[in-house]
Write a protein that binds this ligand. Structure first.
Ligand code: PMP
Length: 451
């Protein structure tokens, strides 16, 4: 039976979600979404809302796309699932691996391992980087470098390399050998510099010093998001990634790009890393690869990694890692249909064009009392909420202000994501310029209400 929205809002006891407002602040209402079409969703009360969140950085092709549903249905009619272990596999899985290697030829993509979510993809990447060094005859390279503010999923490896301490509480001890470096964050950094070139100089010096101190021969890989997402959409200075890559190359350290949010168009480029002109050794994908229609993840790696493992001595050439869903035919069918849309409709191009409108319009919100800065790239953006514009001190996350802004935006017809001290935007990549303007208008009205 269909229940009214109110029934769900009061019946939250059995369904736990870690960051649900009902747990953090019982006065916050839960939005019950029941359907979606294109860039809009409809809630249980029948309100049609512009989707400024795109699921959770993932429904890149928009909701309810016939092409994707048809591909899923066709696959279900043949075979919903079969395993990919012990010499068994399904053709769709080969098709998708070939497709990814073709699409990512610029990155020298060579081999693919599948999973079901971003946390899987990161875990696979971390384990693969260690296996690379065992196969390459340097088993002492076990450490990981990563960035403060980063988010790499919820498994224990991803939690350990994640740079936000709130996810470390209650789950320790974490993986040893993780070294956190400062994030390329112009708005808040230890040097209080607002000069991009100077910030990069500081960060590169810090990276070099850290490698020097630990010894490059102890480090397996550097893992990072090209643009930090959950940490607050942190867009690095232009020269940051090329210079990091140059340092890593000098020390032989592998570069893992966590493209779970940035992969397949969000930043205005097919890949986040491509936008900075760097080629990672290992890339982790999820979310946008299948646009949320069926969960899927892929860890894609280059010839350097593949060759070393393939030719590794003894047991080092066997990848003893894989999940039940490392090659799910129906998820692969969904991903193939999604990637068709991404390429055919040039969604990276649209994200670049409409994203420029969005980022430009968002700047006007900086006149509001709590808006310290708006920032972003393509169709990912953040509004940084501050208690004091001079010191840039964040609002108290327990004040519920982000939730109040999101609730007011919803009354204006737009779903945005309240994330502690930020409002996050990650709409479908099919967004139109007028819809970007409408999102900003709703936020402007919402911010005026809480000012
Ligand atoms: N990496 C990044 C950069 C992410 O943003 C996320 C999810 N927000 C993950 C990994 C983990 O993905 P999942 O939630 O699908 O496990």
């Amino acid at each position: 039976a269909i229940r009214a929205a109110g029934d769900y809002k009061t019946a939250t006891k059995n369904f736990w979600h870690p960051m649900s407002p009902s747990k953090q602040d019982p006065s916050q209402e839960t939005l019950i979404v029941v359907s979606g079409e294109g860039n809009y969703v409809t809630d249980a009360d029948g309100n049609r809302l512009l989707d400024g969140v795109g699921g959770l950085w993932n429904v890149n092709v928009g909701h309810n796309r016939a092409e994707v549903k048809d591909a899923i249905k066709a696959q279900l009619d043949q075979l919903a699932y079969y395993q990919s272990f012990d010499g068994v596999a399904h053709p769709r899985v080969y098709d998708l691996a070939d497709r990814l290697v073709g699409m990512l030829a610029q990155e020298d993509a060579h081999r693919v391992l599948f999973g079901s979510n971003g946390s899987d993809a990161v875990e696979t990447a971390l384990k693969l980087s260690r296996q690379y060094w065992i196969a390459a005859g340097e088993p002492g390279r076990v450490r990981f470098l990563s960035l403060r503010n980063s988010y790499h999923g919820m498994h224990i490896g991803g939690t350990s390399v994640g740079g936000n301490a709130v996810y470390h509480y209650n789950h320790g001890p974490l993986l040893p050998g993780v070294e956190l470096l400062d994030s390329p964050f112009l708005y808040r950094n230890p040097w209080n510099t607002e000069d991009p070139a100077e910030l990069t100089d500081h960060l590169i010096r810090q990276l070099e010093e850290r490698i020097e101190f630990l010894g490059g021969q102890t480090i397996a890989a550097f893992i990072a998001e090209p643009v930090q997402g959950a940490g607050g959409v942190i867009v690095p200075p232009e020269d940051y990634w090329p210079r990091v890559r140059e340092v890593l190359d000098r020390h032989g350290i592998l570069m893992i790009s966590d493209e779970v949010v940035t992969g397949f168009g969000r930043t205005g480029n097919m890949l986040g890393s491509r936008g900075w002109g760097v080629k990672p050794d290992i890339m982790a994908f999820a979310k946008g690869i299948s646009a949320g229609y069926i969960p899927l993840a892929a860890t894609v790696f280059n010839r350097r990694v593949a060759d070393a493992i393939e030719n590794g001595p003894g047991f080092s050439n066997v990848i003893m890692h894989g999940y039940t869903y490392s090659g799910h035919p129906t998820a692969a069918a969904a991903a193939l249909a999604v990637l068709d849309i991404v390429e055919r409709d040039d969604l990276p191009g649209n994200a670049g064009l409409v994203g420029a409108v969005l980022q430009d319009e968002l700047q006007a919100l900086e006149s509001h009392r709590y808006v310290g800065e708006t920032r972003g790239k393509g169709l990912m953006a953040a509004i940084d909420l501050v208690a004091d514009k001079g010191t840039r001190e964040s609002v108290d996350p327990s004040s519920g202000i982000a939730h109040r802004i999101a609730a007011a935006a919803r009354e204006e017809g737009v779903v945005v994501r309240p994330a502690g001290t930020k409002i996050i935007l990650s709409p479908p990549l099919t967004l139109e310029a007028d819809e970007a303007r409408e999102m900003v208008r709703a936020l402007d009205a919402a911010l005026s209400r809480v000012d």
